[in-house]
Design a protein around this ligand. Structure first.
Ligand code: GTP
Ligand code: SPV
Ligand code: MN
Length: 614
């Protein structure tokens, strides 16, 4: 048994509530040692992980890790938000009573860390001193060293974040126990995994994975699910799966801030790291605040809607990241950045990494190359020849200060004022490049009816269309109707309303399937139009589903686009939209207590569509 008191004393961990919590779970999980972690321990932990073979070197100051092959993405089916009140049950939160889930999880965890070290990771999911910092402190307990190394990159880690709490008992208890990955029946009827957030007890209990959002509890479980619950319970803020960027106009000297939700693996990181297109680079600069989570609140003094990124790093999708699509991402994972790559292809002889889309063709000389499962490429059978080298959800983990376009004030306590909120997903037809929405209820309605093709960020099928309200479907923490009302309340309280928009970079030609819009850096163009619309500098083309840019208004300097493609992405298909309105009605009917304002917005759009002549 671990000498918990001694370990906590040695680390200077004085918060009595944290001490009790650590003692309780050290005993329950049967951990052999307890070790309190601070960000400054990173080099030592890296050295230990290399020594133990949990990491391998990937060139100077970069590392490679491989997760168990059945443990490579979030599992939405096994994820539950429990509370003590059945009223919190929604459609997507898989609600269960806390009284059922807590004992169940504690049973799984009992004795499951025997012989292992339990790392105590005190963290803060906000810039220090931020108005929402009281909801941002947590302590993750984990029995896996690579999880600690990821947490140090993704969150601000150190005992000061919990020792100095004003309310010493106000921290999230986040327990992660990996379990015996080879015997958990992942994806079978005997699946042993459970990923549970107990919203009203501010307790997170995750069992059965050491990958990504299943294991980095500060990120998804606290930053999104617990944050959403707390934001609603306190009536104070929203926690959303949003990227957050700044756009600086060097000509006018103005700064704008845009945040927005795209479902997992649909382009948030790429948008946040975007370089202005060459032809516009002299005038505009895009700065990075966050790529996956934003918390939003209204500043009581100024009345402005504010946003901040609670994270400290980027856990980005590797696939298709290259010099053309995202040079910024490549620089963020340069030698010396202490980046950790997970489940990409790896060559232990040369310490190189590779993933699909990194270069047009995989390395010609396959000598030494291993696929993401660790199998030599050279030994592949005929049947395996076309299998990807990297897992489609393989990722890189790096800290914010490695991102070349990081905003100067990313760490500032104040957060930034929000000018626009955008929603988007992978949609192969119907959705134009951008449609702007001035009305709050119509904007929220639009977010709630966000539909997109599924991706590999969660287990399951790629390409299947599904609704993903506000890109928050996997992170919903309470009922969707209550969520909609809370959203209306928070944003509605702002003196200056943000403009909403729906964007789509993924429309395809119905015949040959090519993307109609080049995407990536070019995505700045529709955003600039949106800000011009908000400023009253352009008028656009009014349609029932929002205002679209005219061809003349969209700045296409230096971009050569086929006329028929442009025409298609700047128009709406009335019949497809009318069909969609029927699907939306069914989708919205599935939620309890959907505010009347949302239904009114739905009926207004539907009625206008029926009248629309195009
Ligand atoms: P999560 O971290 O899972 O929440 O994902 P994300 O929304 O940050 O997605 P990310 O930016 O990492 O993009 C996922 C995939 O979409 C990558 O393979 C990108 O190359 C691709 N992608 C991003 N932006 C565009 C775009 O504008 N056009 C096209 N065609 N693909 C894009
Ligand atoms: C997502 O799936 O939306 C992610 C990655 O951002 S994970 O941390 O695995 O949730
Ligand atoms: Mn995400």
């Amino acid at each position: 048994m671990a000498d918990v008191e001694a370990a906590l004393d040695a680390a200077g961990l004085t918060n009595p509530h944290v001490r009790d919590y650590v003692k309780y779970y050290a005993e329950l999980t049967g951990a052999e040692r307890v070790e309190v972690v601070t960000a400054a321990d990173d080099d030592r932990l890296i050295a230990e992980a290399l020594e133990a073979g949990e990491l391998e070197p990937a060139g100077e100051g970069r590392y490679y890790s491989r997760s168990y092959h059945k443990d490579t993405a979030r599992s939405e089916e096994r994820t539950i938000v429990a509370t003590n009140d059945e009223k919190d049950k929604g459609v997507y939160n898989n609600w269960r009573p806390a009284s059922e889930m807590k004992p169940l999880l504690e049973d799984r965890m009992r004795g499951a860390s025997k012989g292992k070290t339990m790392y105590v990771v005190p963290y803060l999911m906000s810039p220090p001193g931020n108005e929402l910092a009281p909801w941002a402190a947590g302590v993750e307990l984990t029995d896996t060293r690579t999880v600690v190394l990821h947490m140090i990159r993704m969150a601000r880690v150190g005992v000061e974040h919990i020792n100095e709490l004003e309310d010493q008992n106000s921290f999230v208890r986040a327990v992660h126990v990996t379990g015996d990955l080879e015997n958990l029946g992942q994806g079978t009827p005997e699946d042993q995994r459970y990923f549970v957030t107990i919203g009203d007890e501010r307790t997170i209990l995750h069992f059965g994975s050491s990958y990504g959002g299943n294991a980095l509890l500060g990120k998804i479980a606290h930053g999104l699910r617990q944050g959403a619950y707390d934001g609603w319970a306190s009536k104070k803020f929203l926690a959303e799966q949003y990227m957050l960027i700044g756009i600086h106009d060097k000509e006018t000297g103005k700064d704008y801030h845009v945040c927005g939700g795209f479902p997992s693996a649909s382009g948030k990181t790429n948008l946040a790291m975007m370089l202005a297109p060459d032809a516009l680079g002299d005038r505009y600069h895009v700065s990075f605040y966050g790529d996956d989570i934003a918390w939003l609140w209204v500043d009581e003094k100024t009345g402005r809607l504010m946003g901040m990124n609670p994270e400290y790093g980027v856990f980005g999708v590797a696939k298709d990241t290259n010099e053309t699509t995202n040079p910024t991402a490549l620089k963020s994972v340069d030698p010396g950045t202490k980046t950790i790559f997970t489940n990409v292809a790896y060559n232990p002889k040369t310490q190189e990494v590779w993933w699909e889309g990194r270069t047009p063709e995989p390395p010609a000389d396959v000598d030494g190359w291993l696929d993401w499962k660790g199998n030599p490429i050279a030994e592949r059978s005929e049947a395996e020849k076309n299998d990807p080298w990297a897992h489609p959800n393989s990722r890189f983990t790096t800290t914010l200060d490695n991102v070349p376009n990081i905003a100067q004030d990313y760490d500032a306590a104040a957060g930034v004022p929000i000018d626009a909120i955008i929603f988007g997903g992978r949609t192969r037809d119907r959705e134009p490049l951008v449609r702007a929405i001035h009305d709050l209820a119509e904007g929220v309605y639009d977010g709630l009816t966000l539909g997109a093709e599924a991706t590999f960020a969660a287990e399951g099928v790629e390409g299947q269309l599904r609704y993903d309200p506000m890109s928050n479907r996997p992170f919903m923490a309470y009922g969707e109707g209550d969520y909609a009302q809370h959203y209306l309340d928070v944003v509605g309280a702002a003196k200056e309303q943000p403009i909403f928009a729906h964007v789509n970079w993924f429309q395809r030609d119905p015949e040959d399937g090519h993307f109609l819009w080049p995407g990536y850096r070019e995505n700045l163009r529709p955003l600039l139009w949106l800000l011009q619309l908000k400023n009253g500098e352009v008028k656009g083309n009014r349609t029932p589903v929002g205002i679209l840019p005219t061809e003349e208004e969209l700045n296409l300097d230096g971009l050569d686009l086929p006329a028929e493609d442009l025409q298609r992405i700047l128009s709406i298909d009335k019949e497809r939209w009318q069909q969609e309105m029927g699907f939306r009605e069914e989708h919205l009917k599935g939620f309890e207590r959907m505010p009347e304002a949302i239904w009114e917005a739905h009926r207004r759009v539907a009625a206008e569509l029926d009248q629309y002549e195009g």
